[in-house]
Unconditional design. Structure first.
Length: 421
């Protein structure tokens, strides 16, 4: 018994020492395994992040969920919970309008090498002064479809909608204290009319909010324009949980751009001799020419990887990774350095509602200083969007650099496999 207590005391002393080194910056997060066993490494990172960020990360070490808190809210027929490994990439410097400073980005994944990829990209971006990020669009949508008898009726209907738009939006807005209707965009095919309603949903992702608001508006439309019949509150022009050009063209959720300029010496040092010309050439041939030849609407290397991991960690709707990972990676050679940007056309995120209130997800958002309602309203969801875009940029930069150096297979062999194939 005495020996057991002594061993536990010695182990605790080692962990405490490594926590201090990580907190001071002496030991980076990805080097902790060199000092302690895997179980202890997870404990060290958790304790160090608590100290660095000033937040409590208590539930993340356990898959326990208070099931009484999710009834009628998050899941049905519940018999348990699933645990997915969660790690942190960073520090990542973000120069946004809402996210300012260095962040440790929580990511939940079962793909080895993913967090390491974002982590290395974040190191290069932070060493280069950080990622500049801007949200240029903010609108959650719902697109009901109406049937009319003829195109003459369609013409009259469109004219009526335009003349009564303000009243329709006022009625829709009366259903919520957190959402603000922004407009109606009509689309026509034959005798079918879609009305794509757009809303500012504050800090909520807002799908339930906009559905209820749009249903109320549609009831008013049917009452006042009897020739129009609502077929479905969602007519697929929203476009929710499906890849679509309408989201790429007009946006859904947050439209976000993140950029950075990586000097040649940083590229060479962090990415093992990589250079701007080769990365730029690879981006054009892979992300642009390759995507075009494949008939893809996603001109990027792996947005979905980072988006999915951050969505799971922060309580977003995982199904919306489909449209939230749409976007474009652009590069240019600047001297001996590399300009790189990512444009996410339809990033659908929130910091209240949905799965954001679950214990682990709440802690993950708290790590970013983005949990709950922001002040002013909507600022936390915008902050989260900026951080996510910067993390996506990190992942794109690293993967392009790794591909240019033919390191992808080596990284996955080292970090994504523990047995021989």
């Amino acid at each position: 018994m005495t020996g057991s207590k002594g061993a536990e005391k010695a182990r605790k002393a080692i962990i405490d020492d490594v926590v201090k080194k990580v907190s001071s910056g002496e030991v980076p997060l990805n080097k902790v395994d060199e000092y302690v066993d895997p179980q202890g490494a997870a404990e060290v990172r958790r304790l160090a992040l608590e100290r660095i960020l000033g937040v409590e990360i208590r539930h993340a070490k356990s898959p326990f969920i208070d099931y009484s808190a999710i009834v009628g809210k998050n899941a049905e027929n519940v018999f348990g919970s699933v645990s997915i490994p969660m790690g942190a990439a960073g520090p990542l410097e973000v120069n946004g309008k809402h996210a300012k400073g260095k962040f440790y980005v929580p990511m939940a994944t079962t793909e080895g090498a993913l967090i390491a990829s974002v982590n290395r990209g974040a190191k290069a971006i932070t060493s280069s002064g950080g990622a500049t990020v801007r949200v240029i669009g903010n609108m959650m949508t719902r697109g009901p479809v109406f049937r009319l008898e003829s195109i003459s009726d369609v013409e009259d209907f469109l004219d009526w909608i335009e003349k009564n738009k303000e009243e329709i939006l006022r009625i829709a807005g009366g259903t919520t204290n957190n959402g603000t209707p922004k407009g109606i965009m009509p689309f026509v095919l034959g005798n079918n009319v879609w009305l794509r309603f757009g809303y500012d949903t504050g800090d909520a992702m807002g799908m339930n909010m906009v559905t209820i608001a749009t249903e109320t508006a549609c009831s008013h439309i049917e009452e006042k324009f009897a020739r129009a019949r609502l077929i479905a509150i969602s007519g697929n022009l929203c476009s929710d949980k499906k890849e679509s050009f309408v989201n790429s063209l007009f946006g859904r959720g947050k439209t976000v751009i993140a950029e950075a300029i990586i000097p040649g010496n940083v590229l060479s040092e962090i990415f093992n001799g990589a250079n701007a010309m080769e990365i730029n050439d690879l981006n054009l041939r892979k992300n642009w020419l390759g995507s075009a030849r494949a008939g893809s609407s996603k001109y990027n290397a792996h947005f979905a990887n980072s988006i999915a991991a951050m969505f799971i960690a922060t309580g977003q709707d995982p199904a919306q990774v489909v449209e939230s990972s749409s976007g474009y990676t652009w590069t240019e050679v600047r001297g001996n350095g590399l300009y790189i940007s990512v444009t996410l056309t339809s990033l659908e995120v929130g910091t209240i509602g949905g799965g954001t209130g679950l214990p682990v997800q709440r802690e993950a958002l708290s790590m970013l200083g983005a949990y709950g309602s922001g002040e002013p309203k909507g600022s936390n969801s915008l902050k989260l969007a900026e951080i996510m875009a910067a993390a996506v940029l990190s992942g794109e930069l690293n993967l392009l650099a790794a591909l240019s150096n033919r390191e992808l297979g080596k990284a996955h062999k080292r970090l994504g496999r523990n047995t021989k194939a």
